[in-house]
Design a protein. Structure first.
Length: 844
């Protein structure tokens, strides 16, 4: 397969004035007639008329009304065209019913649906399918379906057809079409400048009752983008459609966002607090793309982080306002470490702006998205809030309607602030998580922090340059007062020291407050200091971080040296859990232990070989000790934080439920699940029901509830996904592979629905000790299913291969077993380009 390089970018030889598309829908034989007005691009040297096209049957083609016979190639066609403006016309036939890859036009439960990003439009018609070719679209859909939707504003509609006009020039990846017997949840929104916008969430009949929350989230997002970024919506209508078969979460098609139904449908009975929060964030994310992604798009796919990093950052800002800022930040950092640090320190490490790829769909990664968002956050920290706003305003002013680059993005910051961002740009270009080592000195009232940074080599990048790192620091006096409030130290050298003078005594430093940079901080500390910060730090992130470090150090000692549970940790955690002045959601987070993944990373970093079973055992032992020690407190917390008010998915109620359910987790370790059973039996919402079920499974007493749950929810596919995944995730390590394998035989299991596939096999990969069980069964079961899925759905298969990315951390026996599975996958005839690239990179 061909590798594409950023350095080879050249503009397309033509520009497009207008695209007309007519769709004659048919499940197996859809006809697409295109009429496209081209003219030559004055900025391009190359005038080669190549149109992408895959899996299309060309019926006819014309240039300026005269029949032509293009030269057909593997992934497109070439044609001689005149040296002036001209009209290209073509008719193609496609088969949406046979499209199991869920890319291009496909069918889901009898409904037509599209997914074009990144390169799916070429499966719909011949077109320059690249993001820097932007054009207005006019679309006519002919079909018997009740609802016929495309991008933009509605035009003429009649019996069996509908027309849509999208005046905003857009790249083909933002094209969308939906047709089906759908019903809507309607609403309206008045923009700041007084324009009236029609809003709809379109769903399958029966799901109407699950749209209200998503609609409120949409309106809140629209208002927030006006208030905070000054961005108004720009069409007369905004449609959201829920579809069951979808490769990812959602897609920001202009005026017609398409959502995985799991990321938009919500009701208290069927969705957890976590689901509600996620839905709110994804609705916001896709909506925010209207400006950061659609009005200003990417020049090429290497610039993906331009829209994704910025939009993730914007949705995080939104969530921080809608909910609790510290809780959101802590959750994001947990996620960043679990997914992005893991990626950045393994065989799939790549820069936030990659320099080459084989299949772009393999680069919708935690690095591009989440590290990309961290870079925006750092930039804002470095320049300050006011300059950030000024620069972003300039970005919209200067680049509206453009297909832009990271250079464009950084330039607006340089122009708005006068800062030189050459060194900052390295964050986009260099892969790997920097290590920042810090040591301290105190003498005559002066406290000095000595920092040293380094980044280990990553595949294809041996040498790393020094980066600018914003390090937010505060100092506490030994009695817990904050003597130096938070200030941002700007580290630009490989080694750099910062001094604070006039201190009456040696302070305790709180470093990297708010997690001000995505780095690994290395610092000598001890239990006493960690417990002190856990109790006194005024920065909520670092307060949590101190507790986390305390837990981690204790666990590492248990794993490595066979130590028992650490009393310093148990005392500190109890004190925080007991403190009713603290936000319950924060306390619930603080009571959580580092994940198995987290501990494996720490052990590996320290030069060890993580044993997944030993990690699991240590976590179990510590949780059991926590349960015993906190027995009375857990009982008190459980009772105190029951929510009496009618269910609402807001931050306050969900925080209370999180704390009560953390307490339930401890209680269930001692009572065999009696209280969990009671909660399960009386729950009137999914958060409580699922928490009850998971405690019962943990206690080994879940069989009856598992059966009942299925009977109650067998008609609700999203709830049944939870049923599949919870059983696999909660299985003991020696049963996980078997549990997943048995569930694949259940009549409700299907490979064609990515949600169900992930709920079963993705869940196996999430059961860390089960997946990495010494028998190798976990590896085998996952590889078997990935091999089966690849011919149907390469995108989802390739994505799930990352379960194997940590393989080099483990002992020789496990490595050999994983290598054998990777080789078995690679040996499959006709393995997709997506999966081939992923497995080859992982194998190294
Ligand atoms: N832009 C889409 C992701 C498309 C993934 C293509 N494989 C969703 C999002 O980030 O908002
Ligand atoms: Zn996005």
């Amino acid at each position: 397969p061909q590798t594409i390089f950023l350095k080879d970018y050249t503009p397309f030889g033509f520009e497009i004035d207008m695209v007309h598309l007519t769709f004659r829908l048919h499940p197996e034989r859809t006809r697409v007639i295109s009429r496209i007005a081209f003219r030559s691009n004055p900025n391009a040297k190359d005038a080669d008329f190549f149109l992408h096209g895959e899996e299309l049957t060309l019926i006819w083609a014309k240039v300026d009304g005269a029949d032509v016979t293009p030269r057909m190639e593997d992934n497109g066609l070439r044609c001689a065209v005149p040296d002036r403006s001209f009209i290209w016309e073509a008719e193609v036939e496609i088969n949406p019913g046979a499209n199991t890859a869920l890319e291009g036009l496909y069918m889901s439960n009898g409904m037509y649906c599209t997914q074009c990003e990144a390169e799916g439009f070429r499966k719909i018609t011949y077109y320059p399918d690249r993001p820097d070719v932007m054009a207005p679209f006019e679309v006519r859909i002919e079909g018997d379906e009740k609802v016929l939707l495309s991008n933009g504003n509605p035009g003429t509609t009649g019996d069996g057809f509908a027309e849509w006009h999208d005046p905003w020039p857009k790249p083909a990846y933002l094209f969308a079409l939906v047709a089906g017997d759908l019903v809507n949840h309607p609403d309206r929104f008045e923009t700041k400048s007084g324009r009236d916008v029609e809003l709809n969430i379109w769903v399958r009949p029966g799901d109407e009752g699950k749209c209200a929350f998503g609609m409120e989230a949409l309106k809140a997002s629209m208002r927030w983008d006006e208030d905070v970024y000054g961005r108004e919506y720009d069409l007369d209508i905004f449609n959201i459609v829920a579809v069951d078969d979808f490769n990812m979460g959602a897609m920001e098609n202009k005026g017609l966002n398409i959502f995985n139904s799991s990321c938009v449908l919500a009701s208290p009975e069927t969705s957890t607090d976590g689901n509600f929060e996620r839905i709110e964030a994804i609705i916001a994310h896709e909506y925010f793309h209207n400006w950061t992604g659609n009005r200003i798009t990417c020049r090429d796919w290497f610039q993906l982080c331009l829209k994704e990093g910025l939009t993730v950052f914007r949705d995080a800002q939104f969530t921080s306002v809608m909910r609790s800022e510290p809780v959101k930040r802590i959750g994001d950092v947990i996620d960043l470490r679990a997914r992005q640090f893991r990626e950045d320190n393994g065989p799939l490490a790549h820069p936030v702006r990659p320099e080459s790829f084989v299949e772009i769909n393999n680069f919708y990664t935690a690095t591009v998205y989440e590290k990309g968002a961290e870079l925006i956050r750092m930039l804002k920290t470095l320049v300050g809030d006011a300059a950030y706003s000024k620069a972003v305003d300039l970005y919209f002013e200067r680049h509206d309607g453009d297909a832009a680059t990271i250079e464009d993005w950084l330039k607006v910051f340089e122009d708005a602030t006068g800062r030189d961002l050459t060194q900052f740009k390295r964050w986009y270009e260099q892969a790997g998580t920097p290590r920042v080592n810090v040591s301290e000195e105190y003498q005559d009232g002066t406290f000095t922090l000595h920092f040293e940074q380094s980044t280990p080599p990553t595949p294809g990048q041996d040498v790393k340059d020094t980066r600018v790192i914003p390090i937010a620091v505060g100092l506490l006096s030994p009695n817990g007062d904050e003597v130096v409030p938070t200030q941002v130290l700007e580290m630009t050298g490989a080694k750099q020291s910062f001094a604070f003078d006039g201190l009456a005594s040696r302070p305790v430093p709180s470093i990297l407050r708010g997690f001000s940079a995505p780095v690994i901080l290395e610092r000598e500390s001890d239990n006493a200091e960690r417990a002190f910060l856990f109790a006194h730090d005024t920065d909520p992130f670092n307060k949590w971080e101190a507790g986390r470090a305390l837990a981690r150090d204790g666990l590492l000692a248990m794993i490595r040296d066979g130590a028992g549970p650490d009393d310093a940790y148990l005392d500190a955690i109890e004190a925080v859990a007991r403190d009713d002045s603290l936000d319950p959601a924060f306390r619930a987070l603080a009571m959580g232990l580092p994940s198995q993944e987290d501990l494996a990373q720490s052990l590996y970093e320290a030069g060890g070989t993580p044993d997944p079973q030993a990690i699991w055992d240590a976590l179990e032992t510590l949780k059991q000790a926590q349960a015993q020690k906190m027995q009375d407190l857990a009982t008190r917390l459980y009772a105190q934080y029951q929510v009496d008010a009618p269910y609402a998915p807001n931050a306050e109620q969900s925080g209370a439920r999180a704390l009560a359910n953390a307490a339930l987790g401890l209680i269930s370790r001692l009572d065999g699940g009696a209280l969990a059973q009671k909660q399960y039996d009386t729950a009137d919402n999914m958060t409580q029901q699922l928490a009850g079920l998971s405690c019962l499974l943990k206690a080994g007493n879940g069989d009856a509830a598992v059966a009942l749950f299925y009977e109650q929810w067998k008609e609700d596919r999203l709830v049944i996904d939870k049923w599949f995944s919870l059983q696999v995730i909660m299985a003991d390590p020696d049963k996980a592979a078997q549990t997943a394998q048995t569930l694949t035989k259940h009549p409700d299991f299907t490979m064609k629905n990515p949600n169900r596939f992930r709920a079963t096999l993705g869940a196996l990969a999430m059961n860390t000790a089960g997946f990495h069980h010494a028998s190798g069964e976990g590896y085998k079961v996952l590889a078997d299913w990935l091999i089966k899925l690849d011919p149907l759905n390469p995108q989802t298969t390739a994505r799930m291969c990352s379960a194997f990315e940590t393989w080099r951390r483990f002992d020789a026996a496990r490595q050999a077993k994983i290598a054998a599975e990777l080789d078995r996958i690679l040996a499959q005839p006709n393995l997709s380009r997506d999966t081939t690239e992923m497995v080859t990179r992982i194998r190294g």
